[in-house]
Design a protein around this ligand. Structure first.
Ligand code: GRF
Length: 201
């Protein structure tokens, strides 16, 4: 089994990124984080990555056209030759061109049990709907927002009286386990992207 190389894209605190780096270092995921990129210069996750010994670079999206910004991202990413590119709290919608460039190698984590509650503030959407079971999903990224083929999901029971904030914390704790588990399953050849679908072996 070959350990996979990862590039991770973030925009903020980077707690999923941190869980991936820790899982790699602690032997819970057969993959190594080669590079962290942020579209925001002040993303807290950049310092977290560096403190864990991972190269982290800001590629500011502010003031750049989407095309130019993504071209810069692609140059940074491809120089590292990653096997997978992981969106982890990356708060920009990537273009069709970007998706096509990384087809079958681009993953995202979304804080709901897709296909429920796509888009922003999924945890608040779930809370407002009064769901009794919530969760998170990892999926390959396609041109359809939060609509790509699902790799793994984790669910959490929602006790009566749970606040929106508490629900967000319950889901986040599940995310921190699910994303490394997803990458590990891909690295071990248990699951793969094949012609637009997820295939388990
Ligand atoms: C997570 O809830 C993730 O599912 C969503 O954005 C949030 C990012 O959090 N896409 P963090 O930056 O990983 O802490």
């Amino acid at each position: 089994m070959k350990r996979l190389r990862l590039a991770i894209l973030i925009s903020g605190r980077g707690s999923n990124m941190e869980s991936l780096i820790r899982a790699s270092k602690e032997g819970r995921m057969a993959a190594d984080v080669a590079l962290v990129l942020s579209n925001k210069e002040d993303a807290e996750g950049l310092a977290v990555a560096r403190s864990l010994g991972v190269r982290a670079v800001a590629v500011p999206s502010k003031g750049a056209s989407k095309e130019d910004h993504e071209a810069q991202l692609i140059a940074h990413i491809d120089a590292e030759r990653p096997d997978l590119v992981l969106l982890a709290g990356y708060m920009r919608i990537v273009s069709a061109k970007f998706v096509q460039h990384y087809e079958g190698r681009l993953l995202n984590i979304h804080p709901s049990l897709l296909p429920a509650f796509r888009g922003l503030h999924a945890q608040e959407q779930a809370h407002a709907a009064g769901v009794r079971v919530a969760g998170c999903t990892t999926h390959f990224v396609t041109e359809e927002l939060d609509g790509g083929p699902i790799v793994m999901q984790a669910s959490v029971d929602v006790p009566p009286g749970t606040s929106a904030e508490e629900l967000g914390q319950l889901i986040l704790a599940k995310e921190h386990v699910l994303y490394p588990a997803t990458v590990d399953a891909i690295a071990r050849g248990k699951v793969r992207f094949d012609n637009g679908r997820v295939v388990w072996t």
